[in-house]
Design a protein around this ligand. Structure first.
Ligand code: NAD
Length: 352
């Protein structure tokens, strides 16, 4: 069995590029061989971390010792760099959103097939614990059959003041955070999508969306509301999940939250009317204590091998890549439907 160590070069040594340096350093049988960034002070930083640096992307591709190129540049150049690297015989790991259109991704996948090289996307939030908890409770029917879920990330800091505010670089929150939430959503059901209705927000006056709300209906009846905001001084919960037997909420990344289900052990107890504002209501009274079971959120263990360990075993044909390209392509198709719905102010009825 070969014990080769794979050499990886980081293209785009910004915030995420340097984070990948740490991820690779923690992984086995893969090493950071160097970095390339057109900005000189980013190269100084790479050198201070002990990485060799290159004068151009072409120089990276000409280096025969390089096995893998990691692309962590702004979104608009992912496709161009990925295709060049694949054609030069390198394997490629690309940051999300992989490209700004599904057609661009198809081009990359064709180049990977022709070159017989691995191309994979770092959809790291597939392994976020809040998401793994929701996936587990959906699969184990902890709140019965889930028929509606809401997934949100909300901040009050606006769009970061970099390329993310500019259309030409593939900026905007739908591509930035939306791609994570939509990728997670599609892993929660095997059903195809029936329709999409969405609105983008432009509260901050930038040329790209500073957030969005999308309502997605699946063929099996599941509905989902996905929302990203950058103007929210008070956040709504990260996850809100409704099932036929109960409701679950995860408030934040600290995993605070709870699961409340119907208590099957007791006879139905009629709720007592409560004073609500200037009136009385029985309909909106909380369920009685006896008739429900309240549990804390149960943590789940991430049993996956880790992104870079999976990459190494994929390169050796021992594993399938953890983020299949057809799944990434489907997310981009959904993003395109969301843009289309917002632009035309219409419901997109289309199987996705
Ligand atoms: P950044 O602005 O901090 O870094 C981008 C770097 O790319 C800059 O240093 C820039 O000089 C360099 N660059 C620009 N054009 C280049 C080119 N042609 N060749 C090589 N380098 C080039 O941005 P960031 O926050 O690090 O984001 C980079 C990518 O990582 C984006 O695609 C972003 O969506 C993604 N990202 C992913 C996550 C995640 O959790 N998966 C988090 C943050 C960012």
């Amino acid at each position: 069995k070969s014990e080769k160590t794979y050499n990886l070069v980081i293209a785009g040594f910004g915030g995420m590029g340097s984070y990948h340096g740490q991820l690779v350093e923690q992984a086995e049988r893969i090493a950071v061989h160097g970095a390339y960034d057109p900005i000189e002070y980013r190269m100084d930083l790479a050198r201070s971390r002990g990485y060799r640096t290159y004068d151009s992307f072409e120089a990276v591709l000409e280096d025969q010792e390089v096995d893998i190129v990691l692309i962590a540049t702004p979104n608009d150049v992912h496709k161009e760099l990925a295709v060049q690297a694949l054609q030069a015989g390198k394997h490629v790991v690309c940051e999300k959103p992989v490209t700004v259109s599904s057609a661009e991704l198809s081009e990359i996948v064709r180049a990977a097939e022709e070159a017989e090289r691995v191309f994979t996307v770092h959809q790291n939030r597939r392994w976020d614990e809040d998401f793994l908890i929701v996936k587990d409770l959906v699969e184990k029917k902890k709140v019965g059959e889930v028929f509606h879920l809401e997934s949100r990330v909300q901040g009050a800091n606006g769009i970061p003041g970099d390329w993310r505010q500019l259309k030409a670089y593939g900026g905007g929150m739908l591509l930035d955070w939306g791609v994570h939430l939509l990728d997670q959503l599609l892993l929660l059901t095997n059903s195809r999508i029936e329709s999409v209705h969405a609105d983008l927000s432009y509260i901050l006056g930038t040329e790209v969306d500073d957030g969005f709300t999308a309502t997605i209906k699946f063929k099996d009846g599941l509905t989902a509301v996905i929302e990203v905001g950058t103007t929210n001084f008070i956040k709504l919960p990260r996850w809100y999940v409704k099932g036929t037997e109960g409701t679950a909420v995860i408030r934040d990344w600290d995993l605070s939250g709870e699961i409340v289900t119907r208590n099957r052990e007791v006879e139905h107890v009629e709720p007592k009317p409560i004073q609500a504002g200037k009136g009385l209501t029985k309909t909106m009274a909380p369920p009685s204590e006896e008739s429900t079971v309240r549990r804390p959120i149960e943590h789940v263990e991430d049993l996956s091998e880790g992104f870079y360990a999976n990459l190494v075993s994929t390169l050796e044909g021992a594993s399938k890549q953890a983020v299949p390209n057809n799944e990434v392509h489907r997310v981009l198709t959904l993003i395109e439907a969301i843009f289309e719905s917002a632009e035309n102010r219409s419901v997109i009825v289309r199987e996705i």
